[in-house]
Design a binder for this molecule. Structure first.
Ligand SMILES: Nc1nc2c(c(=O)[nH]1)N[C@H]1C(S)=C(S)[C@@H](COP(=O)(O)OP(=O)(O)OC[C@H]3O[C@@H](n4cnc5c(=O)[nH]c(N)nc54)[C@H](O)[C@@H]3O)O[C@H]1N2
Ligand SMILES: Nc1nc2c(c(=O)[nH]1)N[C@H]1C(S)=C(S)[C@@H](COP(=O)(O)OP(=O)(O)OC[C@H]3O[C@@H](n4cnc5c(=O)[nH]c(N)nc54)[C@H](O)[C@@H]3O)O[C@H]1N2
Ligand SMILES: [Mo]
Length: 772
């Protein structure tokens, strides 16, 4: 299953490596398709530059000395998507009823262009109609003040800036609720919970400098070529130094195999592209705990032998004794684990895991990059804890070139948590906020994303305010949640483009068009800047450079300030108008709330490369329960409790992203890397399983979730695509497959939906039901 060659065997579906000419062509195509005016496309030169704007796509770090083109194919597509010349004016909405728009494809809705004016749903004509900003704010304020704050949900998608997020959480808390779910709840919350327990901070500890000092990198369940392509720069530099990369991923992802740097003409010309992964292990979905357990078993076995023979120890005993707790219990568990179980659950032979362990034992400094393949499982938090166990064995944290590296998704998803977007009161500086602003914040736990939807299905939510996002598409169980969403009294959507969640509206519904942060944001005190935190905990300023999509669109801080003012009225102790006029004043307040990280915020935000967050684990200070880095004994070897035990017909479905989407935003129906064109309703499945289930390429199947809760979850019209993927595991696209994901299929400790391991059956082939 594993190939030590790291992929010399070409994936027949994909003749290109990631990056390369295909990537440049895709950028040009994206600009042309969006009809981006030429003067606007020059904007790309300001992307991720210290004096420019932070890309609206992924959250990968922005270097202090950026490349001339510090953007990638995905980032350029995201920029082009925002800068499009197409507009969705009120006239557009005069022409189309909401019922009619509900039949549009997700791609077509957003592709119709940027929203230009505030809109209110008019039930009498089933259309969104133009409304003035004043009217909108007044009506929303009135509606919200009449509701029980505990029944109102304030969602944030991870793009909004630190300034907006800080204002938003303060607004929600002054209003009276901690219901502040965000996209992280469906994403890296397993990291926030797992790393916090293990090392005392809920985020990764590496910075860009570590790439120059590392000896080995693990890559688990993250698809770098598609989802954080700028990181390929650092990976390639490390590979040139001979640093091995060991990948665990069920799919042979072309973007993890080879790399050609489109910004290096020499490499573009030479056929010898750099290999990314030196070992590629096609672990079974959900098999990572078992795989890491196998590596730990080989390492601890080698250490036991060294100890017995008096040879130098394999474990970093100084680190373990000085900094950790719980090794003995963990080591006993590892020694007792059987290779048979490990091989079965990981779907990998012992020899492969030992090969990974050999590299690991040779390396002095090891980083572990990981993504949704680790976090979006019933055992997502356990996976993160296992990864820490593995790193702790050889002291791979808090030293140069080493540490856990959760590759975050949205461009400021990590930062939002840093400034108080959380439903967990213990993670928010409530006392500070109370004294700083003279109010009594709510102390009881709010709802995270899954809890908010559970409550919605039970009729316990009245209103949702969406700061970005497209929840009826991104959350599990679409067929159950859409009717619940329609039952809401009020839905307020702050957005750049129209999406499905705006159409599946509540009784009252507003769409408030906002600026993208690529755009110039003029307020009373002049042009404004905002800031974000990247995946490596560095904070950057960002200044819009493009012309606003519409004179009638407003910035996010402006909209949040007005909503707060109109909802809270005299109850508020904040002068929202001053903040709205000058975001530097908001940053001063952030600095007061969080002085350790944000002192002198206004000056430091322009530090090239960003300024680092205060992260004690980087200095080997552990803010955990025990005051040490904590080893962890897994509850199970990784089996998913929702997966039927002995059912040869069952399959595990993982839901994936293509390189032509940003989450629910579908740029096109292609997936260049995986060789898919013009169709997202596909299922990746291996030849063995095709044979076993009697399927041919292009057969069209219906999948049904295996669950006995009395609710039938099906998706039809899925076309069979043979792919290099382990037996028993299949892949499909997010969000198309979301109706199959039950709301209750989540990681116990983090409530992150198990989007990478949905138990399914094939119930229909080419329209003919399957007997069972
Ligand atoms: N272009 C683009 N960039 C994006 C996004 C986008 O949609 N488009 N989304 C952004 C967001 S919000 C996020 S969170 C990130 C997501 O970025 P990633 O973390 O890369 O997420 P996915 O694409 O969902 O899938 C990750 C990989 O996990 C593998 N995988 C699935 N199951 C398992 C498993 O059990 N074990 C292992 N080891 N691997 C598994 C899949 O084959 C896939 O290669 O990207 C961000 N960047
Ligand atoms: N099955 C399955 N489900 C998943 C996942 C999966 O891998 N599989 N991944 C999960 C993950 S990791 C995530 S992060 C979530 C994401 O879930 P969401 O946060 O709900 O979705 P997005 O697609 O990121 O949001 C897109 C919308 O945001 C709005 N928007 C874009 N830019 C801006 C802006 O600058 N400001 C404002 N206010 N609005 C803007 C646009 O209207 C756009 O339609 O989905 C999760 N759901
Ligand atoms: Mo995400």
């Amino acid at each position: 299953m594993a190939r030590k060659d790291g992929g010399t065997r070409e994936n027949s579906a994909y003749p290109f490596s990631s990056g390369g000419w295909g990537s440049l062509k895709a950028v040009a195509g994206a600009l042309a398709k969006g009809k981006v005016p030429l003067r606007q496309s020059a904007v790309l030169m300001k992307q991720n530059k210290p004096d420019g704007f932070a890309c609206v796509s992924c959250s990968w770090a922005k270097p202090a000395d950026p490349h001339t083109f510090e953007f990638c194919e995905s980032g350029a597509k995201a920029t082009a998507w925002d800068l499009t010349a197409k507009r969705m004016t009120p006239q557009f909405f005069e022409l189309h009823t909401v019922t009619e728009l509900c039949a549009w494809h997700d791609h077509d809705l957003e592709d119709a262009g940027r929203l230009t004016a505030p809109l209110r749903y008019d039930a009498a004509i089933d259309k969104y109609v133009s409304v003035s900003w004043d009217e909108a704010f007044e009506d929303i304020g009135r509606e919200l003040s009449g509701l029980d704050p505990k029944r109102v949900v304030f969602y944030t998608s991870g793009r909004a800036s630190l300034e907006t997020s800080y204002m938003y959480q303060l607004f929600a808390r002054m209003y009276g609720t901690n219901n502040l779910p965000d996209s992280s709840n469906m994403c890296h919350e397993s990291t926030s919970v797992g790393l916090k327990a293990a090392i005392g901070v809920g985020v990764g500890t590496i910075t860009l400098d570590d790439f120059e000092k590392t000896d080995l990198m693990f890559f688990l369940g993250q698809n770098v070529g598609t989802n954080s392509p700028r990181m390929l720069h650092q990976l390639q530099e490390a590979r040139k130094r001979g640093v091995p990369i060991i990948t665990f991923n069920p799919l042979r992802e072309p973007g993890l195999i080879k790399f050609a740097n489109p910004q290096s003409p020499v490499e573009m010309m030479t056929p010898a592209n750099t290999l990314i992964s030196t070992q590629y292990h096609q672990v079974k979905t959900g098999g990572d705990t078992a795989a890491m357990l196998g590596i730990c078993k080989a390492v601890i076995g080698a250490d036991d032998r060294a100890k017995a023979s008096g040879a130098p120890r394999v474990l970093d005993t100084a680190f373990i004794e000085g900094h950790t707790t719980g090794l003995e219990a963990f080591a006993d568990y590892v020694r007792a684990a059987s290779w048979d179980d490990i091989e079965r659950v990981a779907g990998l032979p012992r020899a492969d895991l030992e090969a990974a362990a050999d590299e690991y034992m040779r390396a002095n400094a090891v980083m572990a990059h990981y993504g949704m393949g680790i976090t979006q499982h019933r055992q997502g938090v356990q996976n993160v804890r296992m990864l820490c166990n593995l790193l702790f064995l050889r002291g791979n944290i808090g030293k140069p070139g080493a540490g856990p590296s959760p590759v975050r998704g949205h461009s400021n998803v990590q930062g939002q948590r840093t400034v108080g977007i959380t439903e967990k009161p213990e993670l928010a500086p409530l006392d500070k906020l109370a004294s700083q602003f003279g109010f009594e914040p709510p102390r009881e736990k709010g709802m995270n994303t899954v809890e908010a939807f559970e409550a919605m299905v039970d009729g316990k939510v009245s209103a949702v305010v969406n700061l970005g996002g497209n929840l009826v598409r991104s959350v599990p169980d679409r067929l159950r949640i859409e009717p619940a969403w329609r039952g809401l009294k009020l839905t307020v959507n702050i957005a750049t483009k129209l999406n499905r969640s705006h159409l599946v509206h509540g009784e009252k519904s507003y769409i408030l068009p906002c600026l993208s942060r690529i755009e110039i944001d003029e307020q009373a005190s002049g042009a404004q800047a905002v800031s974000m935190e990247d995946s490596t905990g560095c904070i950057h300023g960002s200044r819009g450079v493009a012309e606003p999509a519409s004179p009638d669109a407003r910035s996010e801080p402006y909209i949040v300030a007005e909503l707060a003012k109109h909802t809270l009225g005299a109850r508020s102790t904040v002068n929202w108008d001053r903040w709205r006029n000058d975001y530097a004043l908001v940053r001063d307040e952030i600095a007061k709330t969080y002085p350790e990280t944000f002192h002198d915020f206004n000056a430091r935000m322009w530090t090239p490369g960003g300024f680092p967050r205060n992260l004690p684990a980087r200095e080997r200070k552990w803010r955990t329960k025990s005051g040490k880095a904590e080893f962890f004994v897994p509850e199970t070897i990784g089996e998913d409790p929702d997966m039927p035990e002995r059912d040869p017909q069952s399959l595990r479905l993982m839901t994936l992203r293509s390189d032509s989407q940003f989450n629910t935003t579908i740029y096109s129906l292609d997936d260049r890397f995986r060789g898919i064109h013009g169709d997202r309703m596909v299922i990746f499945i291996c030849q063995d399983d095709m044979k076993r289930h009697g399927l041919k390429e292009d057969d069209v199947i219906t999948l049904q979730t295996i669950a006995d809760d009395g609710f039938q979850r099906r998706v039809s019209g899925l076309r069979i695509r043979p792919y290099d993927i382990p037996q028993g595991c299949i892949g499909g696209y997010y969000p198309e497959c979301n109706p199959l994901l039950p709301l209750w299929h989540y990681a116990k400790e983090s409530k992150v939906p198990g989007a990478k391991s949905i138990p399914v059956h094939i119930v229909e082939v080419n329209g003919v039901p399957r007997e069972r």
